[in-house]
Design a protein around this ligand. Structure first.
Ligand SMILES: Nc1ncnc2c1ncn2[C@@H]1O[C@H](COP(=O)(O)OP(=O)(O)OP(=O)(O)O)[C@@H](O)[C@H]1O
Ligand code: SF4
Ligand SMILES: [Mg+2]
Length: 325
């Protein structure tokens, strides 16, 4: 049994303009100590997928179907109180902007304390000692001093380290990191990603790392899922997706990723055309209007995600590329 097992998860947002299929028929699994990368351009549904895995969707404006099991426990349709207990101890989410996770008018140490006291029931003094230990573990210098700082007194990189310390407070088995380094400068980005790597190895947690930048996941994940228009359109081992990708969209994403060999601030080639409007998806492949390989069939029929051989490499395309073969 996988740690996390998602089957046919679909999420519809009920917007004033109509029902928007933000996540469509997603299946994935994450094993113990595995790291799965989820990549896709802006608007492809990565955050919605992460939020729906966490059960963090507005109930009134969203409906979810399918199954999300963590250690065999079903989260879709479960009672909020049961979910809260499960999230608190098993899954931690790290968002793109650390300020959304931090209270600006509360000292950072107290925020970690609170997590420890509420989730683990530690006493005030035990929580303080553990919070300082956690700050030290995420590489914050002079942790006793920083314990008393307000978020605004810390740099962006330090704030994200505090958020990571909070995320680790309850010793989760899964960390869900949604663009954890966007907005930080390149050197700090690498430091934070390396920190997550180190912590994951040391604490034996699993991780889902969400990013629009394939450069980030190349060396840090074992498996990848590529998203487009709310669906997973290609998935497999990171090695296969990089070296033997079959989807024209994956290739376009790879071509638009920063390369290590490029000088800093190299302009990226964006994928030509616009992402589809999810309120007006047609019958065919959602990538067809932007795809150089589209045939007549692509415009009238949607390709299913399928595995053509005995490998675990799946893709949804009628005219797959023959890269690396
Ligand atoms: N609150 C909302 N109300 C209506 N539509 C939304 C809302 N939030 C997201 N969407 C839509 O859901 C789709 C998926 O958005 P999502 O934020 O998951 O994309 P993403 O892949 O995380 O993008 P990014 O890389 O920019 O973070 C998009 O079409 C977006 O417009
Ligand atoms: S199914 Fe057709 S339109 Fe879609 S990615 Fe493949 S070739 Fe392009
Ligand atoms: Mg997002």
């Amino acid at each position: 049994m996988s740690l996390l097992d998602v089957q046919n998860l679909s999420v519809t947002l009920h917007t004033p303009h109509g029902d928007l299929p933000a996540v469509a028929d997603v299946s994935l699994s994450v094993g113990a100590e595995e790291t799965l990368g989820i990549v896709g351009e802006s608007g492809s549904g990565k955050t919605m997928l992460a939020r729906s895995i966490m059960g963090l969707l507005p109930r009134a404006r969203a409906s979810a179907s399918g199954s999300v099991k963590l250690k065999g426990v079903e989260m879709v349709g479960a009672r909020a109180s049961d979910l809260r207990r499960l999230w608190a101890t098993e899954v931690a989410m790290i968002f793109q902007d650390p300020m959304t996770a931090l209270n600006p008018v509360m000292r950072v140490g107290r925020q970690i304390d609170e997590t420890l006291r509420v989730r683990l029931g530690l006493s005030r003094s035990a929580a303080r000692a553990r919070a300082i230990e956690l700050l030290e573990m995420v590489g914050i210098p002079s942790p006793e001093k920083r314990y008393a700082a307000y978020p605004g007194q810390l740099s962006g990189g330090m704030r994200q380290r505090v958020v990571i310390a909070m995320a680790l407070a309850a010793s989760p088995s899964l960390i869900l990191a949604d663009e954890p380094t966007t907005g930080l400068d390149v050197t700090i980005q690498a430091q934070i990603l390396n920190l997550l790597d180190e912590l994951q190895a040391r604490l034996h947690t699993s991780m889902i790392l969400i990013t629009h930048d394939l450069g980030v996941v190349a060396t840090r994940t074992s498996h990848l899922a590529v998203m487009y228009a709310g669906r997973i359109v290609e998935t497999g081992t990171t090695r296969d997706v990089f070296a033997r990708h079959r989807m024209p969209y994956t290739r376009a994403l790879l071509e638009s990723s920063p390369r290590v060999s490029n000088p800093a601030h190299t302009r990226l080639t964006a994928i030509p055309g616009r992402p589809p409007n999810l309120l007006r998806l047609g019958e065919g492949c959602a990538f067809a209007p932007r795809c150089g390989f589209a045939s007549e069939r692509c415009h009238r029929e949607r390709p299913e995600l399928s595995v053509p051989d005995e490998s675990s490499h799946a893709f949804a395309c009628f005219n797959p590329l023959e890269v690396g073969r």
